[in-house]
Design a protein around this ligand. Structure first.
Ligand code: ZN
Length: 328
């Protein structure tokens, strides 16, 4: 029986259930949760997170893939606690996002591969909690040497462990440039593309690009479905589709035969240290449904557009399960 590493231990992939493919319980920066906990007002924020996840569980969410890395302030003990208390299963990631610590500038591909592999096989942050996926991120269509080393290191760790890769491929039209560059590096490393999830692919309406991506055999992360809600200010990017346009694209991809390549998420965080005060108020106002926006808005609209319950089960349950079952 196949298993995936959740923060509470190995999880039978058959138990993964309704899964949001790219979320965060908390977003911050490297070292901040551990060194400046007062900046996070963690006791209060933790209760907010538990409340949000408990509410999500009550409406059917069973698993989230938390795509936080070192440079997003990944806090493994926090994930463990909120998972236990809310019952939502959390799959945590190793890897690095776009704010690569300068300490890694000279790190080699094999050093990255070894670090990611250790977090998958031994544990993260001094715990025995193991990563279930490898997160990598690129924002610009010009990769710096350290970004390339991280991508190659991630590919080698994925090959060695069977754990899949989840990417951030930028926003708006940028994804059409960055996605293929990520795919190319993984191909050069000889990684099975069924182990690759190209995140934020819903940032574009370009069906030609999305069809190309699906035909490549990667998973399409349609995972910023509330648009810029998680990142106030990005909603207004020219050409950045709103959620209704994204939902139409989803249906078009289903009609084109790619239902079995899609996964859905919000890129939501109940709390982000990057959005405090007025910005936090705005962010919550933009998405009062939080982790339930897909359940309450996107899926009903997909059904109106003609998607069946079976299609939705494939995207929300079967695809995440199959993504993790690629594991050796
Ligand atoms: Zn994210």
């Amino acid at each position: 029986m196949a298993t995936v590493n959740s923060v509470l231990g190995p999880l039978d992939t058959g138990q993964i259930g309704f899964t949001l493919s790219h979320e965060h319980v908390l977003v911050s920066s490297a070292g901040v949760p551990a060194l400046f906990p007062e900046f996070l007002e963690l006791p209060r924020r933790k209760e907010d997170i538990v409340k949000a996840l408990t509410g999500a569980y009550a409406e059917g969410v069973r698993t989230i893939i938390d795509c936080s890395t070192i440079d997003l302030g990944r806090d493994v003990p926090l994930m463990v606690e909120v998972s236990k208390r809310s019952r939502v299963q959390i799959i945590a990631c190793t890897g690095v996002w776009t704010q690569i610590p300068r300490a890694f500038n000279q790190a080699t591909v094999d050093q990255f591969a070894a670090m990611f592999t250790r977090e998958i096989q031994v544990g993260m942050q001094g715990t025995n909690v193991k990563a279930g996926a490898i997160k990598v991120a690129n924002d610009e269509p010009h990769f710096r040497p350290e970004e390339i080393n991280i991508l190659r290191g991630a590919a080698r760790a994925a090959k060695a462990t069977g754990v899949p890769i989840t990417t951030h491929s930028g926003h708006s039209w940028i994804v059409e440039k960055v996605g293929p560059m990520q795919v190319q590096i993984f191909e050069e490393e000889g990684l099975n593309l069924n182990q690759v999830y190209i995140g934020h692919s819903d940032s574009t309406k370009n069906m030609e690009y999305l069809t190309w991506l699906a035909k490549k055999g990667v998973w399409l992360g349609m995972d910023t479905l509330k648009g810029g809600a998680a990142r106030p200010g990005t909603d207004g990017n020219p050409g950045n589709p709103d959620w209704e346009e994204r939902t139409v694209i989803l249906k078009k991809l289903m009609d084109a035969g790619f239902t079995n390549r899609l996964m859905l998420g919000h890129d939501w965080s109940t709390f982000s240290t990057n959005a405090q005060g007025e910005r936090d108020v705005q962010k919550q106002k933009n998405n009062p449904d939080g982790y339930l926006f897909i359940t309450r808005k996107v899926l009903p609209r997909l059904k109106q557009l003609g998607a069946t319950d079976k299609d939705i089960h494939t995207v929300m349950v079967d695809n995440p399960r199959r993504f993790f079952e690629n594991k050796k």
